[in-house]
Each structure stands twice: as C-alpha cells, then as structure tokens.
Design a protein around this ligand. Sequence first.
Ligand SMILES: Nc1ncnc2c1ncn2[C@@H]1O[C@H](COP(=O)(O)OP(=O)(O)O)[C@@H](O)[C@H]1O
Ligand SMILES: C=C(OP(=O)(O)O)C(=O)O
Length: 531
Amino acid sequence: MANLDLSKYGISGNFEILHNPTYEELFQAEIDPANEGFEKGVLTTTGAVSVDTGKFTGRSPKDKFFVKDAVTDEHLWWDGTINRPTTPEVFAHCKDLVTKQLSTAKKLYVVDTFCGTNEDTRLKVRFVMEVAWQAHFVTNMFIRPSHYELANYGEPDFVCLNGSKTSNPNWKEQGLNSEVFTLFNLTERMQVIGGTWYGGEMKKGIFALQNYYLPLRGIASMHCSANVGKDGDVAIFFGLSGTGKTTLSADPKRYLIGDDEHGWDDHGVFNYEGGCYAKVIDLEKDKEPDIWRAIRRDALLENVTVGADGTPDYSAAASKTENTRVSYPIYHINKIVSPSRAGHAKKIIYLSADAFGVLPPVSILDEKSAQYHFLSGFTSKLAGTERGITEPVPSFSPAFGEAFLTLHPTMYAKTLIGKAKEHNAKVYLVNTGWNGTGKRISLKNTRAIIDAIIDGSIENAPTVHVPILNLVAPTALNNVDSNILDPRDTYADVAEWETKAKSLAAKYIKNFEQYCDNDDAKALIPSGPQL
Ligand SMILES: Nc1ncnc2c1ncn2[C@@H]1O[C@H](COP(=O)(O)OP(=O)(O)O)[C@@H](O)[C@H]1O
Ligand SMILES: C=C(OP(=O)(O)O)C(=O)O
C-alpha cells in the first residue's frame, strides 16, 4: 500500500513508504550497508539481527507527559513524577519536531498492529518511524494482524509517531524534564516520541494507554506475565523490570500466554502483546533454554556485541549497557497458547526483588495482605531498563508497575482483587532478590518455589510467622533449600536481620500513609509490616 497518505499526520516529503513490511524486508533494510549509525544491524550466526539502540539504552519514565484536557482531567493520575501534565501547545511543538524529522527521511516504516488479543478491547495502533529496527521491534512485540485483518484495518485507534532522531531544545521553558519526550494526547489519540531510540517507549507507552482505558471498563490491567497448565490453570506473575516475569513464565511444563502485559476480563486473562522482550545479559543456554532457543531468524537483539564470526556475546563485560535484550514473536517459544488468552487466574504471584535481603523467598498472602502488598509494590528497580539505574534501588512501585499507571493505584488494586476474590485465586509474594548470604536467590530455588505454588503443595507446607514483616512463610517445600525459606536463617546473626527488617518495615509504613485517607485502605494496615 504505497499510497498511504501520511500528510494527515503532518508528514510529507520525498520518501518511500514501507507499509507493514515483511520480516524479509525489515531484515534487508537492517543489514543494508547503506544504512548508517544506529540503523545498521549485524547478522548473527543464529540468524537474528543485532542492533545498537543508541545513546539512551533504557526507558525514561520522567519524560512521559500527557496533555490535560476534558477527557483526561477527570480520571488521569497526576502523581507529579510519572504522569506529568503538559499543554496542547507543547504537544503541538513536539509533534512538529517529529513530523519535520520524519518528513526528511528517505524511507518511512508504517506498521499497523493490535494491542490486545480480544476484539472487544484491542486497540488498533499504527506506528510511523524511520528506523528499520524500530519497525522490526514493534512487529515483534505487538499483535500482527492477519492479511485479512490488514485489508479491513481501516483507521487506527491510536497513532504513534516516533521521531527518535530529533529532540526538543526548548524543554526547559516548556516545563519538560529533558530533551527526551514521549507525549500522549488522548484527544488527538496520538503519541509522539523524540530524543530516545529506546523501543520500550513504544511498547510501554501503549501499555500505559491500556492501563487507562481498561480499568475504567472494570477490566484488570496488569504488568504481569502469564502462563497456563494443560488443565487450564492460569498463573500470573507481577513484577518490575528484571524481577523474573519473562524468565519464570517461560516454563517448559506450561504454555505461555505472554511475558509482560495482560488484561483480565469476564472471560479470563489475555495478552496485550504478540511477542516477548527478554533480557539477555549473561544468558546461558542451560539456565534459560526457552529464551535461548527463541533467538533465531526474525528475533532482534539489542546492544549485544557480535564476534567476527557472527557469534553473539551475552556476557556483561562485552556490552555497553546492562539492558541487552532480544525481542521475538511469541511463537518463537515452543509452548504457547494461541491466541494468547486462557481462563481465570488461580495463582497470583508478586515478584519482588528485595535488595535489603530480608523478605522470605515466598510468603502466602491472605486477601487483605494481598491488597496491602499490591498497593505497596515493594521491590527494587534493577540495573538496566530504566535510565540512570545502575544498581538495585529499593522502591515502592504500586501494582508492581508504577511507571505505567495512568489511573490511581487503587483502581488497579480494586479490579485485581475483585477478580481474585471472584475466582478464588491464591496470592503469593516471591522474593527473587537477595537474602542474608548477600547473593541473589538462585533461579533453581525460585523455579522450585513456583512449582510448589502451581501444584498447590505450598498450601500443605508447614509455615512460620515472620515477625516485623508480618508475613507467613512456608518452611519446607519440594526441591527448595530449606535453609533459605525463613530469611532469618540466612543471617549469621539474627539481630542483623531484625535491624534490617525494622528499617524496611518503617519504610512500608511510611509509604502506606499515602493511601490512608480512606477507611478501606486504613483497614489494611494491620496486614502489613508492624513495628
Ligand atoms: N531467582 C531469580 N528469579 C528470577 N530471575 C532471576 C533470579 N536470579 C537471577 N535472575 C535473572 O534475573 C533476570 C530476570 O529478568 P526477566 O525475567 O527478563 O525480568 P522481567 O521480565 O520481570 O523484566 C534474568 O536475567 C534472570 O536470569
Ligand atoms: C521493557 C521494559 O520492561 P520489562 O523489563 O518488564 O520487559 C521497560 O520497562 O521498558
């Protein structure tokens, strides 16, 4: 469809348009020697393409702004750090920068996608960009409409114009945070991006939109991965970047629904995406075989160095960022459900990477503590994905995804806990971070913990009440080192655990004050840590 008219978006010039390019066209564009700089991809021995994603190798949460207007004012959560309001004039200015940039391109990629597996809630999202690998990224990550669906696609619901090669010199006087911008105008139904090459701004930007539209319709919108057993038992895994959503949901015993963004409606859990975005830092075939196998033709490696013979080098030392990634279409994982949906979740797992090393590796939550810990979202920001984070930074991230929330956290808690109650789902807090040994809890132990949650054996395990944190932890589980289940046992001196636990409990209590202006939230306090 070379005759697509982009002038309606303010883009006009002497460019060739590749509308819904095939993987082969993208691949040829990426490895074309005529491409320069960051656009140039390198073919690896696996057949995947490896690209350098540029100056900013992570997401810039503080550069996300929304235009305040009659539609958004009523509902949007303006928390001052994540969602910031901007004016239609600033949006128009940044859009102008982007359209001018895109108008100078020789080649533009237009990729029409769906965000959301189900017809009644999916968004038709059109991406326009000039960087070939970014077109490849959205082709991998979003749902690829069939030829028939493309023939009937019509007008998109939302358009994202990505002008990554431009940036905003006027950001200071416009009240923005930096020359990077990712701005949303919900009236114009458009996102504009500039100053950053990170593909995650497109993926997580559209996720933020679903996080706006769906809870208002009573649907839980969740920063989680999901998988299902052969008998239809669905498990979901909430967690901030790096806490294990992708790794733990790729389970050879189960079928993957998706690795990062899901909704839960009256029929069950459904994926928003059509692909996965895995971290490949220090990737090892034996530890993460499914992800290893998914790296093949049509997969896109980012910031991974490739040896002269084309062999990718996943070791940390060889790369310029910890945020080395691979995106691949979901069917690169052997065991998936297709389309990406299943029934109601029976197991809800909050993944928290505790950098203080005091949380038990697994705790069993009741209804109230499940709400308390969902609103608290205690975890760590791990190095890599977010700009400026170079070591684990303990953080309270409500709904385990604060950066992507567009409504008040209580909206996500209400929709999730409502569904959990209705479907009798059990909730667990799993620490994929550290303990008193100073080391990260091993993947082997965490996988065995997940197995015990999924097969239900954890419900029959002996338990201990962990004071201060006020958590119930099992003390024996199949194939899990029982010396780690009570976190106090991992310290040479229990007093050290106590001091740290008290300090963390104080942080929990302080953080929860923000929710205490209503009685429902106040009633949750006894279910949280106690001093
Ligand atoms: N105990 C553990 N549980 C889960 N992941 C772990 C653990 N220990 C180390 N890891 C590593 O942490 C990273 C988790 O990343 P990932 O699964 O991509 O997180 P997410 O999808 O939540 O962003 C992987 O590189 C994995 O190998
Ligand atoms: C891609 C991202 O997240 P995750 O690591 O959870 O995939 C992101 O936060 O930009």
